[in-house]
Design a protein. Structure first.
Length: 169
């Protein structure tokens, strides 16, 4: 797995097999609105996520499907759906599963700490991640997934990954 840099951002290219994420989902035009509902405003959902994601990476997926009206996206926040989560009957029916298709991914590692947010994540978004991948010789795939933000199990408020499904151009 070779690490590279483009436009000042470190990235690696990885082929990742299909996997399933389980968590909560919201269809909305705003990522902030989805995050506030799932991670901040709803104590029940936040508590459930903390239980099922404990010691696991947290995946925040932006995608589009036939249920999304024009200018809306599906935001799914959860963890890899493996045998490590409890099938608690109280919330089992509220959880959503999302199948991430096998793909080649460009994975950018970004510092999102308060000290580096302007030179890390905000700068990355401001530079347009899709222009960045173009400069690296890739283009986004036609996958329904736009991107995935990944916060590792040892996430300490600093380093996160930003995954974009790609193909060589």
């Amino acid at each position: 797995m070779e690490k590279n840099e483009i436009m000042g951002f470190a990235y690696k290219e990885m082929d990742i097999p299909s996997f399933e994420v389980i968590g909560f989902t919201k269809i909305t035009p705003s990522q902030v609105e989805a995050y506030q509902e799932i991670l901040r405003n709803d104590d029940v959902k936040s508590e459930i996520l903390r239980k099922i994601v404990k010691d696991k990476p947290l995946y925040c997926i932006k995608s589009r499907d036939k249920e999304c009206p024009k200018d809306f996206w599906r935001y799914t926040i959860g963890k890899n759906n493996d045998d490590g989560h409890s099938e608690n009957e109280e919330y089992k029916n509220e959880l959503f599963t999302f199948q991430v298709k096998e793909s080649k991914w460009l994975i950018f590692t970004l510092d999102v700490s308060k000290e580096c947010i302007l030179t890390g994540f905000i700068k990355f978004l401001h530079n347009d991640p899709y222009e960045t991948i173009w400069e690296a010789g890739y283009e986004p795939t036609t996958s329904i997934v736009r991107y995935i933000e990944v916060h590792k199990e040892n996430y300490d408020g600093h380093e996160m990954e930003f995954w974009i499904p790609v193909k060589k151009r």
